[in-house]
Design a protein around this ligand. Sequence first.
Ligand SMILES: Cc1cc2nc3c(=O)[nH]c(=O)nc-3n(C[C@H](O)[C@H](O)[C@H](O)COP(=O)(O)O)c2cc1C
Length: 351
Amino acid sequence: MEPLTQLNLDEFESVARDTLPAVTYDFIAGGAEDERSVAANRAAFQRRGLRNRALVDVATRDLRTGLLGLDLPHPILLAPTALHRLAHPDGELATARGASAAGALYTVSTATSTRLEDIAAASSGPRWFQLYHLGTREASEELIRLAVKTGHRAIVLTVDVPLLGRRERDLLPPGVAMVHAHEPAWAPPTDDRSRAWASPIASANLTWDDLAWIRAASGGLPLLLKGVVRGDDAKRAVDLGVDGLWVSNHGGRQLDGAIATLDALADVVAAVRGKAAIVVDGGIRRGTDALKALALGADAVAIGRPQMYGLAAGGAGGVQRVVELLCAELDLAMALVGAASLDALTPDLVA
Ligand SMILES: Cc1cc2nc3c(=O)[nH]c(=O)nc-3n(C[C@H](O)[C@H](O)[C@H](O)COP(=O)(O)O)c2cc1C
């Protein structure tokens, strides 16, 4: 394999665009309908400026952070993404190795193309498990039990997929399938108009009342809700004992027109008032993007598409390099804004 010479995350996207089959690149890069929320996520980071402090001792920087009982070397996480074997033949095994090498907490998707046992065996770092409710309690509980058995340290329940968003670029090539998310009762609808975006992972019947059995099935692992963009939902979650809120619009793949995640963050931070961990994803491509989100109250940031582009460009090494580039950029950005640790990233830095 060629040495990895990409200088930034967008260059990894260029490699993926040039090397992956177009249908696969479109599956990864695409969003719902007019892809307005995909664009909005990035635009929100570009719109905000930084007000850097002068004459602060930043000779050494500390990116370490604690997150729901885990000690992490930095606050950059891998967001859950489906079907890694589309991007690289080693799929989630390569992601696990790359994430472990880069010290990134790996959030494993329900929609993996590799069994959880095998991903666990390839990992030496911590993992969280992202749960899609599979339609029935029995199906989801079985998956949660497997996630617990295979050493995941939290359950991240995705709450923004009651039905799958209408992604017009999507048409999966044959040969790569979800290995856990095939609920036996599910059959493709016969109606052509809904077939394209119906899915076993759509959980239209999931409500707040389901949080209790999901938590019980996990034996009390920390529970995060992914896909929250409103303060009132965040408050309700905290009142119900949820441990973390993951501010996300699914990378613009669900509700087109959903608010940019950086714009949603302040409302959620204010509602949570330090009572739960906050993760944010969507459009984070630079260390300065990560810094803005952290300064505005996120405890950690996550990347979706860039890990897939890293995988496509270089397997485990590509994932590792994507995370390391973002960490190096964050470290530099901290020095340049005058913040020697994550605690010093405060909202006044962001204009
Ligand atoms: C190819 C792809 C597959 C995804 N699969 C999942 C998934 O299985 N579960 C989930 O909760 N989110 C999924 N997401 C959403 C990501 O977790 C994340 O919210 C989003 O990608 C963040 O935006 P970014 O790609 O701009 O970093 C997926 C995103 C992409 C791009």
